[in-house]
Design a protein. Structure first.
Length: 173
């Protein structure tokens, strides 16, 4: 393994550099924003799946299925996010530790969480994710990266739908 800053490490970095017409400073900003989104997507996926596995009570089946659908939707975005970073010539997440350093979604390691609290917590996490998506979209717009901004528009819509479903489901919880 080559140490950072060595000729071997610099050669390896050059090999990963995909050509793009977007400036290197803009690519760095977009890469940083997308890697943050990616870390949060993994954290949100795992939290949603955790609640899916541990939900209980009279609405078990409905919540279990809702959270399974939502976790699958979140996971489906992760490869697209990472590949977009690479298409721009950036590098992306490499480990669980890397995710932990970048994620803003808070883990929930409680032994028991009431279903209503699960729904509210996920709703709030998804709302925060929408904010991060909007911020990343602005960075892409400023850089003229319409392709990434367009993808983010779709993720905003998906996330807003999750917020809506979680909100409506939690009203009767």
């Amino acid at each position: 393994m080559a140490k950072a800053g060595t000729p071997r490490a610099e050669a390896a970095k050059t090999q990963l550099k995909t050509p793009t017409d977007i400036g290197s400073n803009e690519v760095t900003d977009i890469q940083r924003a997308l890697n943050g989104l990616l870390a949060d997507a993994y954290a949100l996926y795992l939290k949603t799946k955790n609640f899916h596995w541990h939900v209980s009570g009279p609405h078990f089946r409905d919540y279990h299925l809702l959270l399974d659908d939502q976790s699958a939707e979140i996971l489906a975005t992760t490869d697209v996010i990472a590949e977009r970073v690479r298409k721009l010539g950036g590098t992306t997440l490499r480990s669980i530790g890397h995710i932990a350093r970048l994620q803003t979604v808070k883990d929930n390691d409680e032994d028991f969480v009431a279903p209503a609290d699960m729904l509210r917590e996920l709703r709030d996490d998804n709302l925060a994710y929408v904010e991060a998506l909007r911020k990343a979209s602005g960075i892409c717009d400023d850089a003229g990266d319409t392709a990434t901004a367009s993808l983010i528009d779709d993720w905003i819509d998906q996330t807003e739908k999750r917020v809506w479903f979680l909100y409506e489901a939690s009203r009767g919880a």
